[in-house]
Design a protein around this ligand. Structure first.
Ligand SMILES: CC(=O)SCCNC(=O)CCNC(=O)[C@H](O)C(C)(C)COP(=O)(O)OP(=O)(O)OC[C@H]1O[C@@H](n2cnc3c(N)ncnc32)[C@H](O)[C@@H]1OP(=O)(O)O
Ligand SMILES: O=C([O-])CC(=O)C(=O)O
Ligand SMILES: [Mg+2]
Length: 302
């Protein structure tokens, strides 16, 4: 599993619902999370854990599957790890992450299970949701705590609750203000640590227009993808995160004129009246890499 694999959508499926576990991966999300945390009532924690274990062991999935465990400070967290790691999820999603120590603790437990089970060392990864001011303050420490870390995410509902405010609907111009600083700081921490940044769920399943606006906002902030809760949100999110034909065409032209400039021993050139130099080249390469990963651009090189 590549650190930089495409994770435009990371969709949750409640771990106590066998139908959801069976079908969640068929809708085209880049990544799916089987949840035994907040979508599962306390009375169902044991049965959900068992259901998720058997789903992971018995079913074949077309995308990567993570498991959101309960936090290790709760009565269920360590049992979730002990019970579910031998079923070899692609990654553990730790909710409400607050320190690098927690990640190191989980890393050590995974290392032991990998040894015991004969799994490839390092094959089980970790993704952490930041859902509190303390987690945000330690975001870089968390993001860089283990080579298993593939992404940090913001859990916006809990984050807003911990601020004693509401999670408003994110929009380019209004709304989402309560998460604006936290979202940016999570992107900064992820980028410094060299891992991905994943935005929070959007809970109003009927409001497609605001979902798209929110995805545009978080893409602009630098996020690689978004958590989601329902299959009908997948295509809308992919639509924003997948480079358009126009973006691909522009990226190709940027790389082509830059190559021309370099042939003339110059590091800067104009394209349609706009200066093109190294930062634009890096962005153009990223657009083409994402387009290739999304299957909308096949050429290697430019
Ligand atoms: C703040 C947090 O912690 S968020 C993370 C935890 N939350 C979750 O895991 C919730 C996951 N999502 C869900 O359970 C559901 O989408 C709900 C409860 C939000 C809405 O459920 P519904 O109103 O039934 O959704 P909808 O009518 O769109 O369902 C259509 C189909 O998609 C399926 N579906 C809906 N959500 C999911 C999902 N997350 N994964 C897989 N399948 C799903 C339904 O089972 C249904 O299938 P069917 O037609 O074969 O019966
Ligand atoms: O990961 C998410 O976005 C869902 C979540 O737990 C939250 O918002 O509190
Ligand atoms: Mg949460």
């Amino acid at each position: 599993m590549l650190k930089e694999r495409l994770r435009r959508t990371v969709m949750y499926a409640a771990g106590n619902n066998p139908g959801l576990l069976q079908n969640a991966a068929i809708y085209g999300a880049d990544s799916v999370i089987f949840d035994v945390e907040d979508s599962v009532a306390v009375s169902e924690k044991d049965s959900a854990r068992e259901l998720v274990y058997h789903a992971l062991k018995k079913l074949k999935f077309p995308c990567e599957i993570g498991v959101r465990i309960n936090h290790i400070s709760t009565p269920w967290g360590y049992d979730d790890l002990e019970y579910l790691l031998p079923a070899k999820p692609d990654y553990i999603r730790l909710p409400k992450g607050e320190s690098g120590e927690e990640i190191k603790d989980i890393d050590n437990i995974i290392t032991k299970v990998e040894e015991q089970q004969g799994f490839e060392p390092g094959s089980i990864k970790i993704m952490v949701s930041i859902e509190s001011p303390k987690g945000l303050r330690n975001a870089y420490e968390i993001a860089s705590a283990s080579p298993r870390m593939i992404a940090i995410a913001i859990g916006g509902e809990d984050f807003a609750a911990s601020l004693k405010t509401e999670k408003t609907k994110g929009n380019i111009f209004t709304g989402g203000r309560e998460l604006f600083v936290a979202r940016s700081m999570i992107v900064f921490a992820a980028r410094e640590a060299g891992i991905q940044a994943i935005d929070s769920v959007f809970s109003d399943l009927r409001d497609e227009e605001t979902l798209i606006n929110e995805v545009m906002l978080v893409k602009e902030l630098g996020f690689d993808g978004k958590s989601c809760v329902n299959p009908r949100q997948i295509d809308l999110i992919h639509q924003v995160f997948t480079p358009s034909e126009k973006e691909i065409d522009y990226a190709q032209r940027v790389l082509a004129v830059f190559e021309e400039a370099q042939a003339k021993n110059s590091g800067v050139i104009a394209l349609n009246g706009k200066m093109i130099d190294m930062p634009m080249v890096i962005r153009a390469e990223r657009v083409l890499a994402n387009a290739r990963a999304a299957g909308v651009y096949q050429k290697e090189g430019i």
